[in-house]
Design a protein around this ligand. Structure first.
Ligand code: SAM
Length: 363
């Protein structure tokens, strides 16, 4: 008998109330939810630590880091990724954090993931610090591409936003990624009022010149300080208006699928692949795309989150360390995803920001 048959909590002692009700769940091996979505894209957080201190993400002194014994080992991560790919139909893996390049075993994790069948598509979301030293090995291990977070091209602003004077290292990391074929390279930018909201056209001009794809993300209520305010956020509408002061944009009519970015073609520019250049806007707050969400998330301490904004998690680590079989782990993961809500509910009056900040969930 499996966890699904029983309909009981997947793992006793999970940190928060786990999703347990599986009534009506079809006999489907994949990560289906009760709203008809199927999760095929796995975001794996490899650490909650970071070497930057972006003001909108983390306090200057950092956070109380996850105790080492609670964090999954490289082997445990690889096992869960294998279960996701081989038993649950996951086809795309994104390693994130915290800062995933702080994980010494990243190349080994990537190599083990590349050896799975079917081989999933693999990317990393990173601030690119240290990528100059790691890009070659990551590419050799099988990493397909990188998403690099960068909010400004001005050194003094970079130091102000990230509390570290490292813009030159990020740009060098990006060049290394390109040299080693880790493309398409996407640049993730968050705009904040009075900090960098005047920089969208400059960032796009630079990304077009360099052959990177810029994606500008609406700031979400996921900061460690819980100080996010909707009326202080730069909206998709404002982002597009700003970009259109210098560029002519046309909506990309290509099928978007589960992609979070609404894409626009930039008139007169060619992209890295020889096709029309594109820019993306990720409007998680003002134009949510939850109806097409195909993501499942694993934290560095082995908790499944069925949404970035979940206030509950399902504990796979206890199952893993308690001798659970692959089938039992897969079942617990299915239970977790079945309970996914139809939307993140940021606009609901009762919306509660999750306890874990973005840095401990993984973007
Ligand atoms: N350290 C890696 C990096 O810099 O890409 C991965 C983790 S970082 C938390 C992932 C992304 O989340 C970054 O692009 C960052 O700008 C973004 N981010 C952090 N807090 C955010 C928020 N409140 N709303 C939107 N994006 C946020």
């Amino acid at each position: 008998m499996t966890v699904l048959d029983l309909g009981v909590p997947a793992v006793p002692g999970a940190a928060t109330t786990a999703t347990t009700d599986t009534s009506g769940r079809p006999a489907d091996a994949r990560l289906v939810d009760s709203w008809g979505r199927v999760a095929t894209d796995l975001r794996v957080s490899l650490t909650d630590r970071c070497n930057l201190r972006c003001t909108y993400c983390m306090p200057a002194e950092g956070l109380e880091w996850m105790p080492t014994e609670q964090a999954l080992t490289d082997d445990e991560i690889v096992r869960l990724v294998r279960v996701a790919v081989e038993l649950l139909g996951v086809r795309e893996i994104r390693f994130t954090g915290g800062e995933p390049l702080l994980r010494k075993g990243l190349e080994d994790i990537v190599a083990a993931t590349a050896a799975l069948s079917p081989r999933p598509e693999m990317s990393v979301t990173t601030n690119a610090l240290g990528l100059t030293r790691r890009a070659a090995a990551l590419a050799a291990a099988g990493l397909d591409r990188v998403n690099v977070s960068l909010d400004t091209l001005r050194p003094e602003r970079f130091a102000e936003i990230t509390r570290r004077d490292r813009l030159g290292d990020v740009l060098a990391g990006l060049r290394a990624a390109r040299e080693h074929g880790l493309d398409p390279i996407k640049i993730n930018t968050v705009l904040m009022p009075g900090l960098n909201d005047d920089e969208a056209p400059d960032l796009l001009a630079w990304a077009l010149e360099e052959g990177y794809e810029l994606r500008i993300i609406e700031q979400m209520p996921l900061d460690a300080g819980h100080s996010w305010q909707r009326d202080r956020m730069i909206t998709a509408e404002q982002i597009l208006a700003s970009l259109r002061t210098r560029f002519t944009l046309r909506e990309d009519t290509a099928e978007r699928g589960g992609a979070p970015a609404e894409r626009f073609l930039v008139d007169g520019w060619t992209g890295h692949d020889g096709g029309p250049a594109k820019v993306g806007v990720i409007a998680s707050v003002t134009r949510p795309f939850c109806g097409n969400c195909d993501r499942t998330r694993l934290t560095a301490d082995g908790q499944v989150r069925n949404c970035l904004f979940s206030t509950t998690e399902n504990d796979l680590r206890s199952l893993l360390r308690g001798g659970g079989t692959d089938d039992e782990i897969a079942d617990a993961w299915r239970v977790a995803m079945w309970g996914k809500k139809p939307g993140h509910g940021i606009d609901d009056p009762g919306f509660l920001q999750p306890d874990r900040p973005m840095s401990a969930i993984g973007g």
